[in-house]
Write a protein that binds this ligand. Structure first.
Ligand code: COA
Length: 129
């Protein structure tokens, strides 16, 4: 994550798992972790996806999509899901059915633009964003 200029907090993992002990998904190749994603469940109806990353040398081989799909299949299709995406990946998430509902800029050292996206199958009036 640090290589990607992400700056996770040292206690972030503890906070994630305190909120939802089953939120983390790690993909392994020959017993070694190559990527991860989180899908944190809030109550019975909402989930937020984050920490989606595959190590550079393993990208483009289908591992990321496999990890992502495993996370999605861990929750009922009716659950409202959201994520904050880098804008250059917007089209990729749209392939899975996510729809952009809000654009903004996150203040960070890299100052990259973010698009906030949400599943279209859910009613937007239920959105927590
Ligand atoms: C984004 C990232 C995790 C994808 O991992 P990856 O292992 O390289 O992706 P895959 O090899 O599984 O991709 C295979 C295909 O599935 C697609 N795919 C991957 N993840 C997907 C997702 N979550 N939803 C829909 N499609 C997806 C890819 O676009 C690709 O499609 P193509 O064959 O038509 O080109 C990886 O590029 C990465 O770590 N990037 C840096 C970190 C980052 O930007 N994370 C996302 C923050 S929003």
């Amino acid at each position: 994550m640090v290589e990607e200029n992400w700056r996770p907090g040292l206690k972030d993992a503890e906070c994630y798992f305190a909120c939802d002990p089953t939120c983390g998904f790690v993909g392994e190749v020959n017993g070694k972790p190559v990527g991860c994603v989180t899908l944190t469940k809030y109550g019975d109806t909402f989930g937020f996806i984050g920490c989606y990353i595959v190590s550079k040398e393993h990208r483009g081989k289908g591992y990321g999509k496999a990890i992502f799909d495993a996370a999605l299949s861990s929750v009922k299709p009716s659950r409202l899901l959201a994520l904050a995406a880098l804008s250059h990946l917007e089209k990729m998430y749209q392939k899975t059915g996510f729809e952009s509902v809000f654009y903004g800029t996150r203040r960070s050292s890299s100052n990259q633009y973010q698009s906030f996206v949400l599943t279209p199958s859910q009613k937007k009036e239920n959105s927590l964003l």
